[in-house]
Design a protein around this ligand. Structure first.
Ligand SMILES: C[S@@+](CC[C@H](N)C(=O)[O-])C[C@H]1O[C@@H](n2cnc3c(N)ncnc32)[C@H](O)[C@@H]1O
Length: 280
């Protein structure tokens, strides 16, 4: 039997709760590469051959949601996918895919990210909140730890803005190709990255730890911090990937770990917090 060559365009209704569940349970886990957010639909692209399995998982996950699949012939795919990624200005910083970099005014700061297998294209609220706080607080010459670095977007931004040293880690080996190419695309700013679980780090001492992961990692990490001596912990934290309903527990854990909240920012249901160690 001949298999059709092409792609599946899978559409779901554009509701916030569906978008969040897709990002949390399919994007974060690497089962899909991106969610296109259109006014009339949330769109996922997949190879046609594998799309039946993805449709089954989506239907199991969202039993009451209408999900449509449409066949798109091969040649349309690149264009559609590429057109989905446009330059974004977050604070003063442009985030652009490589095919749009020429459109950015040369005097304006820019991070070039090739959307790949790692999380962190700049389109997600938690990345955007982290980038806003990074620009507001991190100063040239300060040391940065980027925990859960994904594509390297936060590390690269920090290094381009003058932070030093910048050390990054992520537990997922699939980030390797993408972070490597993103560092190169930005002229090789000094980012020292490795594939490692955040809980395996020997020390978290630095000026700023940027942690855009989710509650199941951030909360136990803060519990770990509460048992560490002050000089093995970050002086300041930028935490993202949390939801607004997490705030109360987050503040309690931060207090127990010896931090106080400097600022909180929200975008939709997403929460980011900047915190500082009580006694420096
Ligand atoms: C939401 S993404 C953030 C990516 C990027 N820093 C950004 O801001 O867009 C979270 C990343 O944390 C990584 N991660 C999850 N649990 C981890 C752990 N225990 N140790 C290290 N990295 C982890 C995931 O692989 C993923 O790349």
């Amino acid at each position: 039997m001949m298999t059709k060559k092409g792609y599946a365009k899978i559409s779901l209704p554009p509701h916030d709760t569906i978008q969040e569940a897709l990002e949390r349970d399919f994007l974060e886990t690497g089962r899909i590469r991106a969610v296109e957010i259109n006014p009339t639909a949330l769109v996922i692209w997949d190879a046609w051959e594998s799309s039946e399995a993805l449709m089954k998982s989506l239907k199991d996950h969202f039993p009451d949601v209408p999900i449509e699949r449409e066949f798109v012939p091969d040649q349309d795919w690149n264009l559609t996918w590429i057109e989905g990624f446009k330059p974004l200005k977050i604070g003063d910083l442009w985030i652009t895919p490589p095919w749009h970099r020429q459109t950015i005014p040369p005097e304006e700061p820019m991070v070039c990210i090739n959307p790949g297998s790692a999380f962190g294209t700049g389109t997600h609220e938690s990345t955007q909140l982290s980038l806003m706080m990074l620009q507001k607080y991190v100063r040239p010459g300060q040391s940065v730890l980027d925990l859960g670095c994904g594509s390297g977007i936060l590390s690269i931004a920090a290094a381009l803005l003058g932070a030093s040293p910048v050390v990054a880690c992520d537990a997922d080996p699939q980030i390797e190709t993408n972070i490597r190419e993103n560092i190169e695309l930005n002229g090789n700013p000094p980012v020292d990255w490795k594939v490692q679980d955040v809980f395996q780090l020997k020390s978290y001492a630095c000026d700023w730890a940027m942690i855009n992961i989710q509650k199941p990692v951030i909360f136990p990490l803060l519990e770990k911090f509460s048992n560490l001596p002050a000089d093995e912990k970050a002086n300041h934290l930028i935490l993202a990937g949390l939801m607004i309903e997490d705030e109360k527990d987050l503040v309690r854990l931060l207090t127990e770990a010896g931090y106080k909240v400097l600022e909180k920012q929200t975008d939709g249901d997403w929460l980011a917090v900047c915190a500082t160690k009580n006694v420096l």
